[in-house]
Write a protein that binds this ligand. Structure first.
Ligand code: FO1
Length: 315
């Protein structure tokens, strides 16, 4: 297969790290040939609003309006609503900006009018000028739950944001109901020449995508290559709790451990130069490069390398 822009690509992405690579891919793949499958395990209800943080992080990033410092939320957004909540005596632990609030209001309103999360996400993304498909992994219920030693079971955002992922984790599990792969995701994955697993947290972002009923089989039976980009640099998570979690759950996330986590699904692993001397996988080809994406140029360069490698693996 020649990389002449005819490559049909699907990216599995979680939050900030996944959104960065998705941005780089979207700069090089024609929008009608690109679908981003987003994690819904972080979704939660907050003051009656249905919030989909990872879908919004990818959407804002692809739309070019994401907060460049945090990676989530809208650049330049204000916090008047949060300040008013505090005035009422609330402890506004989840930082919803005033512009960001419009996203949650519309999503909640459209969902309660009977529209699917897939339809809602497509309408919001299109309105922001996002040309490629942004597809929730499922329209059903699949929520990441975290069992912690000190505080018992916490819904994901309570663990991640309210308690700043400090409580030691004993187990991650999923509250689920009717969480099938959507027809849109099935079609995109089946038709994809290349599947990219973005550098998102394997347990908290990619795991919940693969947990969707039918997703793991769908990914495993594809004929085209699947490449995973490691979210670790120098054995550490670039952002968030990934490495702390691995230690708490005594999981090995060296390149060898990461390849084992995705065993049966991947044809290639992309790691950072700083992990070249860590234990390497047997039998899975490894591309060693710079995976830290600090600038837009980094995102485009890394995505270009992954796309080119994918093109070769698909030969
Ligand atoms: N992450 C935080 O660490 N603190 C926040 O206050 C916060 C608010 C927030 C608001 C909207 C949104 O779409 C995402 C937000 N996130 C926040 C990120 C969110 O917790 C994601 O789940 C993480 O990025 C993990 O993927």
């Amino acid at each position: 297969m020649v990389l002449d822009g005819t490559l049909r690509v699907v990216v599995l992405a979680g939050g900030v790290g996944g959104a960065k690579l998705a941005y780089g891919v979207a700069k090089q793949v024609a929008p009608q040939r690109l679908a981003i499958v987003g994690n819904v395990g972080d979704d939660f209800e907050h003051y009656g609003l249905h919030i989909s943080p990872d879908l919004d992080t990818v959407m804002y990033t692809l739309a070019g309006i994401a907060n460049p410092v945090t990676g989530w939320g809208i650049e330049g957004d204000t916090r008047q609503m949060l300040e008013m909540l505090a005035r009422y005596g609330e402890e506004p632990w989840f930082g919803i900006g005033d512009r960001d609030l419009a996203t949650h209001l519309l999503r909640t309103s459209w969902l309660s009018a009977g529209r699917s999360l897939t339809e809602v996400t497509a309408r919001l993304a299109a309105a922001l000028g996002v040309a490629c498909r942004l597809l929730p992994a499922t329209d059903g219920l699949l929520r990441t739950m975290v069992d912690t030693r000190e505080l018992g079971t916490l819904p994901f955002q309570e663990y991640f944001v309210r308690h700043r992922w400090q409580p030691a984790v004993e187990r991650i599990w999923f509250r689920r109901a009717g969480c099938d792969v959507t027809p849109q995701v099935r079609q995109a994955v089946e038709q994809a020449d290349l599947l990219i697993i973005a550098p998102s947290n394997p347990l908290l972002s990619i795991g919940p995508i693969l947990e969707v009923d039918g997703m793991r089989e769908l990914v495993a039976k594809r004929r085209g290559p699947c490449i995973v980009v490691s979210p670790f640099v120098g054995g550490r998570a670039v952002k968030g709790p990934a490495d702390k979690l691995m230690r708490e759950l005594s999981l090995d996330f060296s390149p060898r451990g990461l390849a084992q986590f995705y065993a049966g699904l991947i044809d290639g692993l992309v790691i950072d130069e700083s992990d070249a001397s860590a234990p390497q996988p047997e039998g899975t080809p490894v591309l060693i490069t710079q995976t830290l994406m600090a600038s837009a140029a980094d995102k485009v360069r890394l995505a270009g390398e992954v796309l080119a490698w994918g093109g070769e693996l698909a030969e």
